[in-house]
Design a protein. Structure first.
Length: 388
């Protein structure tokens, strides 16, 4: 199989596997575990852990294609570069538009989610809080890719530590149980399709593959390491959350933290939620800016978007990404943003799985195409028919 060659010039190769794992975890542990788990608990009548497991399994199928292809076609365009290189320019441009919409929408969701938690303590407008967070992230991305990845790793370590403490303490007070799942398969699929956004962060690693020092070795390792760590945390929290009888569906984790550690637990979860939104926003802005850079480099949009500053940073691409995310923060709603972002990611992952199938990786990509298509139908239903 011959692949269409991408242009060789790119951003500096400064990222190692540790920074890549940090970007992946940072993108995954964003808003879904905080705002999505409660929604899933309500939809499944308490079986959110099963929905998380189902979503993780489908995400692993999609991740297989990325692990194979971003070592063959490492580039800052991520999914766009993969699809463009294997399926052609028209398909690449379609996926490019889906990527832009997916990450910008997801960024808005993460910022909105953080505001839901901050509002528990601070009497400020949620939109203002989200925009301030977005400004901080923009400044961080302007510092550089390696710096951004290191900050992502540090903050991801902190928020994982908070979640582990909550899990450990809650498991002492709550007897974890796995009762018979009484909900219907359709409800499980609906919840899993909503929770899928919590696993899409491995696509960020594909977008960073063009800046990896050794993409052939590190891309695959970073993808599956980050996906495994995040999946375990999600499922453990969901198992413990089965015991919660009364909670706000958008702040379920805060209720679990309060039960485990009292008011300190609420504050810890709120801080973790804000940090998670911070890292997810950072990772998403990284992807959007690199995608705009790749489009400018390839002549799809004005070449000024591929102009880099002194530290090799695509400045205009980063600023444009921030402006677009800010607009959706102002005009979006939590449930709509979650459903729309998921739908776009399903389209992207289906296209990359098709590319993997065309590249000769047959069975796993085919299974991914089937399962992702089913999830996409449920996500479309959430966007079009359910109230927001």
């Amino acid at each position: 199989m011959k692949y269409s060659a991408m242009k060789t010039q790119g951003l500096p190769k400064r990222l190692g596997v540790i920074e890549a794992i940090g970007l992946g975890i940072g993108a995954m542990i964003g808003g879904t575990i905080y705002a999505g788990s409660g929604i899933a608990m309500r939809i499944t009548e308490g079986a959110a852990d099963v929905a998380f497991l189902l979503a993780a399994m489908v995400a692993s199928l999609a991740a297989y294609s990325y692990a194979k292809l971003c070592t063959i076609l490492p580039d800052s365009g991520g999914s766009y570069s993969i699809v463009n290189g294997i399926l052609g320019e028209k398909a690449g441009l379609l996926i490019c538009l889906c990527q832009l919409l997916a990450y910008i929408t997801a960024s808005s969701f993460y910022a909105y989610m953080a505001a839901e938690y901050v509002e528990l303590f601070v009497n400020l407008d949620k939109i203002l809080i989200a925009l301030i967070l977005l400004l901080i992230i923009t400044l961080l991305n302007l510092c550089g890719a390696k710096e951004s990845g290191l900050v992502e790793l540090i903050i991801s370590s902190v928020k994982i530590l908070v979640l582990i403490v909550i899990i450990a303490k809650a498991s002492q007070l709550i007897t974890p149980s796995l009762p018979q799942v009484k909900t219907s398969p359709l409800r499980l699929l609906e919840a899993a399709s909503l929770l899928f956004l919590g696993f899409e962060g491995f696509e960020v690693i594909a977008s960073a593959s063009g800046e990896l020092v050794n993409p052939e070795r590190d891309a695959k390792l970073a993808i599956f390491a980050s996906l495994t760590i995040v999946s375990l945390i999600y499922i453990l929290i969901a198992i413990l959350s089965r015991s919660m009888s009364a909670y706000n569906e958008y702040t379920l984790l805060a209720a679990l933290g309060e039960r485990a550690l009292g008011s300190a637990g609420v504050m810890s979860v709120t801080a973790s939620a804000v940090l998670s939104a911070f890292t997810a926003l950072n990772a998403n802005m990284f992807v959007v800016s690199r995608l705009l850079y790749a489009l400018g480099r390839d002549g799809v949009i004005p070449s000024i978007f591929s102009v880099t500053g002194r530290r090799g940073i695509p400045i205009l691409a980063i600023i444009t990404s921030a402006i677009l995310s800010g607009l959706l923060i102002i005009f979006g709603s939590l449930r709509l943003l979650l459903g729309l972002a998921n739908l776009m990611f399903f389209v992207i992952f289906i296209a990359v799985s098709i590319a993997a199938f065309e590249a000769g990786f047959r069975s796993v990509p085919l299974l991914a195409i089937i399962t992702l298509s089913i999830f996409a139908l449920f996500s479309l239903r959430n966007v079009v028919f359910l109230p927001h």
